[in-house]
Design a protein around this ligand. Structure first.
Ligand SMILES: Cc1cc2nc3c(=O)[nH]c(=O)nc-3n(C[C@H](O)[C@H](O)[C@H](O)COP(=O)(O)OP(=O)(O)OC[C@H]3O[C@@H](n4cnc5c(N)ncnc54)[C@H](O)[C@@H]3O)c2cc1C
Ligand SMILES: Cc1cc2nc3c(=O)[nH]c(=O)nc-3n(C[C@H](O)[C@H](O)[C@H](O)COP(=O)(O)O)c2cc1C
Length: 576
């Protein structure tokens, strides 16, 4: 019997796709293969796909290898990596997408062409799954990267002092280790989609070594992309009806946190517990009016609409102060922008601007993300959100968070949303696996979704929730539901810490320490541990406490043990 044809390793697919296709091909009959070839050729002819008719009978020429290395926290870099993979396949590369969590620097040193896409988190920190990669890359004993040709795409937010720091750091370190930078780095702000796409399209052809054979004519453009939700996007969101809105914190609480229910009926949004919803907020009309007045542009209706719906009128960066200074001659000390907003700048500058000058100073209004606090198995076509309204004073002015106050105070019937999936914050595939959830404040939101899902699935794994806030009486979010879950056995353990109910502050990490022996026991029995909520005040302390607990409970090397748990996909964080 003649052997089945198998795709060579150089085929323009990821390894797992080659394996999957080979499984199909090797199990097929000659008739089935002929049918498939005819089907693809016919499809190409009907759709005018270039090149398919000229597919050579011989194995294709070697395609230039390309590794697209991403470091992500909330998925943007990963989505761009997938987009770059598609574009690279079309250009005749053999691209492979890799998470920084899954590569060592020794493996990196063996690569030829690398496209790095990395975001910056915390205050100039790498995404958590890229921390080990960064540490190894920056270490004194990092290997030389002389063979490597690379380019860096950096994601960030200009509102942060350390704008795109991680991309900058990687770019400089790769060069210092002898790698060849083939294209200049692009540092993207929150409206990264269009500049990042253009940069990828311009950079990929440069990454392709000149001596690689031209194989474009032989590439079969068959899109094996995962079935993506063709649902609403940031550019084309869904107007979800707000069907329920309840303030959860008591009237005497110092925080102001609300439960919202949105109807997603007809949207095509199919979320999983752990995902977030992107919200396109609107600015406070009163602030838009103050900005117009300060710029001498009151009465311009179109501009007012743009300031409310489309432009960021709250962030103020050093670059905006510089741009304004060039326009008006205004001078300010370094760091003047900190804690201030555009309206402060316009008032301090006391200069009239044209509408074009004002809009030229402003960036597009970025979306905000909220963890989905429900499971579709429990609530059908709804998504529930838990939103803490942000209010604070700075430089003598009362300020409001754009989205959180828009959602909780300016009651609108509908809000524009899109899905932001988070593949890295999912319940274990095995329902028998136990889960530990650490979610103080609004960090409890995804865990409500997790618990609804575990209850609906009748999952046998144990569930342990750590919750914390300020006061038991005013701030115990979802108290009745949580107590019901405790009663009906969905929740096996609940540990709470209310920081201001006693003279000494008490936080979730204190309750973790009190339960250290059971906590270490659950982890060593294979439980998955999830942390959600405040990145700076909570997640760092929880991480330090986990290390302390493992060391106290007999670990030879607590960091190595926690790293191993993380690599095993059992230490997952969604922190902001
Ligand atoms: C994946 C993800 C999930 C999230 N889930 C939730 C959730 O479930 N619930 C929730 O409530 N939030 C959640 N958030 C946070 C949420 O996206 C918003 O960041 C938050 O609601 C604030 O947005 P805003 O538009 O109201 O405030 P903004 O208008 O964005 O204002 C925030 C900015 O105000 C400034 N600021 C804040 N406090 C002070 C202060 N005291 N002094 C000076 N300046 C200050 C800072 O510059 C800060 O960046 C999540 C974030 C992410 C990334
Ligand atoms: C809590 C938080 C902290 C952040 N810190 C920074 C920062 O220090 N510097 C920066 O340039 N961007 C910062 N960003 C912006 C992210 O880099 C940006 O949202 C990026 O698109 C995220 O990409 P990712 O989804 O691939 O992680 C921060 C965002 C959040 C939510």
């Amino acid at each position: 019997m003649p052997a089945s044809p198998l795709l060579p390793k150089t085929a323009p697919f990821a390894d797992e796709q080659i394996a999957a296709l080979n499984t199909v091909i090797s199990g097929s009959t000659a008739d089935q293969r002929t049918w498939l070839a005819g089907f693809l050729a016919g499809f190409a002819a009907a759709n005018d796909t270039p090149g398919l008719a000229s597919v050579p009978a011989s194995p294709p020429a070697r395609r230039a290898p390309l590794t697209i290395l991403f470091g992500t926290e909330s998925g943007n870099s990963e989505a761009l990596a997938a987009q770059a993979r598609k574009a690279a396949t079309k250009l005749g590369f053999a691209p492979k997408v890799m998470d920084m969590a899954d590569i060592t620097v020794t493996q990196l040193a063996e690569l030829e062409n690398v496209l790095v896409i990395a975001s910056t988190w915390g205050e100039g920190d790498p995404p958590q799954r890229a921390v080990d990669f960064q540490d190894a890359l920056m270490a004194d004993d990092a290997p030389r990267l002389d063979k490597l040709r690379y380019a860096v795409l950096s994601l960030g937010d200009r509102a942060y002092a350390q704008f795109c720091e991680v991309g900058k750091r990687f770019d400089e370190r790769f060069a210092a280790l002898g790698a060849t930078r083939v294209a200049g780095r692009l540092d993207c702000d929150l409206d990264f989609e269009s500049p990042a796409s253009a940069w990828i399209d311009a950079t990929l052809p440069i990454l392709k070594p000149a001596d690689e054979p031209a194989v474009d004519h032989a590439v079969i453009h068959v899109d094996f992309a995962r079935p993506t939700a063709d649902g609403p996007t940031r550019a084309n969101p869904f107007a979800a009806e707000i069907t329920e809105h309840v303030r959860l914190t008591g009237s005497r609480s110092t925080s102001d946190t609300h439960h919202l229910e949105l109807s997603l009926g007809g949207s095509g949004i199919l979320y999983e517990p752990g995902d977030a919803l992107g919200i396109i907020p609107q600015n406070d009309p009163a602030l838009a009016d103050a900005v117009l007045t300060a710029a001498g542009l009151s009465g311009n209706g179109d501009l007012r609409t743009a300031l409310i719906e489309r432009l960021d009128i709250t962030t103020l960066t050093g670059k905006q102060v510089e741009d304004f200074s060039k326009l008006t001659g205004f001078t300010a000390e370094p760091g003047w922008a900190t804690g201030r907003q555009i309206v402060d700048l316009l008032e301090a500058g006391a200069s009239k601007l044209t509408a074009e000058q004002l809009t030229g100073l402003l960036r597009p209004l970025p979306p905000r993300y909220y963890s989905i606090a429900s499971s579709r198995k429990a609530v059908g076509e709804e998504a529930h959100l838990l939103v803490a309204a942000l209010r604070y004073d700075s430089h003598g002015r009362a300020r409001q968070g754009v989205a959180s106050v828009d959602l909780t105070e300016r009651t609108r019937d509908r809000v524009n949303v899109f899905l932001r999936p988070n593949q890295h914050f999912r319940l274990p595939a095995d329902p028998d696996r136990s889960v530990i959830m650490i979610g103080p404040g609004t960090g409890v939101a995804p865990f409500r979704g997790f618990l609804q899902e575990r209850e609906a699935e009748d999952a046998k794994g144990r569930n342990w929730l750590f919750f914390g806030h300020r006061h038991f009486t005013h701030d115990f979010l979802y108290q009745l539901e949580v107590q019901d879950w405790l009663k009906n056995g969905v929740l096996n353990r609940l540990d709470v810490a209310f920081s201001r109910d006693q003279p000494a502050k008490r936080y979730v990490q204190d309750t973790m320490w009190e339960s250290r022996s059971e906590l270490a026991g659950w982890l060593r029995d294979g439980a998955a541990l999830y942390v959600c909520g405040d990145m700076n005040a909570m997640a760092k302390d929880v991480h330090a406490m986990l290390l302390r607990i493992l060391a106290d409970q007999g670990a030879q090397d607590a960091k190595a043990e926690l790293d191993a748990i993380r690599r095993d996909g059992r230490y997952l964080r969604d922190v902001y």
